[in-house]
Write a protein that binds this ligand. Structure first.
Ligand code: NAP
Length: 285
């Protein structure tokens, strides 16, 4: 028996269809979600991400603005652009593509984004709201993980979830979301002794480590759900996750492939955040 594949591409397409339908239904009321994407410098990977975000906006009927700034842009210039976007009524979401050039302090930039337009969910107030269980725009990759679980009949309630990784963008927020969904959550990191033994106790494993093929078949409880957030480039140019897919798939009950698992969910959840932010701005429930 081999694990059932969690098809992130299909689930992302399903959610985008829902977003598109909702967006069309608001058009008659004159409401159009708007996303501003800001790119500083010429990082090739960031350029691809920014292009994909603009394309997703177009496909869904959103208004979008892409601000491409030179690598020499000062922090003050970037902050004044953010202040402008914060005040712009046709913009519901602001995304500053990270990483930023070294002379710009990332935290100052994230802190400057209006909380109600923080579609990346990285603002400290959004993070605080997430933690205390208030309404908040949720970070995209973690909320994508939760959608993958729910939409495959693997709701986390009552399950033991083991998260490997404690970064602010994936490990910590996905742990909080799993807790909010009533899982019992264990968070592991580089100082966790006997990681395989801890992972063996999991009904749900979320790997967000950045180490290619770290999680092996004999770490996984038979039938467990394995979500691989990792995206690693191998020397031969191929992509692989943090889970040794060939080794784990025969043991797990469900597994996400890389690519085609968590990846397609991230931009989709960004679009959903932008839609929700537009609804909130127009008082639509
Ligand atoms: P990160 O900031 O580098 O954090 C990695 C975490 O893994 C840290 O908490 C680290 O522990 C832990 N870790 C490292 N080596 C370990 C080991 N051998 N055993 C146990 N824990 C270990 O990475 P990230 O930004 O969270 O990203 C993680 C992965 O997800 C990367 O491959 C990244 O490319 C991918 N990613 C994918 C998406 C997507 O859309 N699919 C989005 C974001 C990230 P310490 O805290 O102790 O150092």
């Amino acid at each position: 028996m081999s694990a059932q594949i969690i098809d992130g591409k299909r689930i992302a397409a399903e959610i985008r269809e829902e977003i598109k339908r909702e967006t069309e239904s608001f058009a008659a009321k004159g409401v159009r979600p708007g996303l501003a994407v800001v790119l500083v410098g010429e990082d090739p990977a960031s350029q691809v991400y920014v292009r994909n975000k603009a394309k997703a906006c177009e496909e869904l009927g959103f208004y979008s603005e892409v601000h491409r700034l030179s690598a020499e842009t000062t922090q003050e210039e970037l902050l004044s652009l953010i202040a402008r976007l914060n005040a712009q009524a046709d913009i519901n979401g602001i995304l500053v593509q990270l990483p930023l050039p070294k002379h710009i302090e990332e935290k100052a930039v994230i802190d400057a984004i209006a909380v109600e337009k923080d579609v990346d969910g990285f603002h400290p107030v959004s993070v605080g709201n997430l933690l205390i269980g208030d309404d908040a725009l949720q970070p995209c990759t973690p909320s994508g993980v939760i959608e993958l679980l729910k939409r495959t009949g693997n709701a986390p309630a009552g399950k033991h979830a083991v998260v490997i990784g404690r970064s602010n963008i994936v490990g910590k927020p996905v742990s909080i979301l799993l807790l909010r969904e009533h899982a019992t959550v264990t968070i592991c990191h580089s100082r966790t002794p006997d990681l395989p033994a801890v992972v063996r106790g999991a009904d749900i494993v979320v790997a967000a480590v950045g180490v290619p093929k770290l999680v092996k078949g004999d770490w996984v409880k038979p039938g467990a759900v394995v979500i691989d957030v990792g995206v690693n480039r191998l020397p031969d140019g191929k992509l692989c996750g943090d889970v040794d897919y060939e080794d784990v798939a025969p043991v797990a009950g469900w597994i996400t492939p890389v690519p085609g698992g968590v990846g397609p969910m991230t931009i989709t959840m960004l679009m959903l955040n932008t839609l929700n932010s537009a609804k909130a701005a127009h008082g639509i429930a």
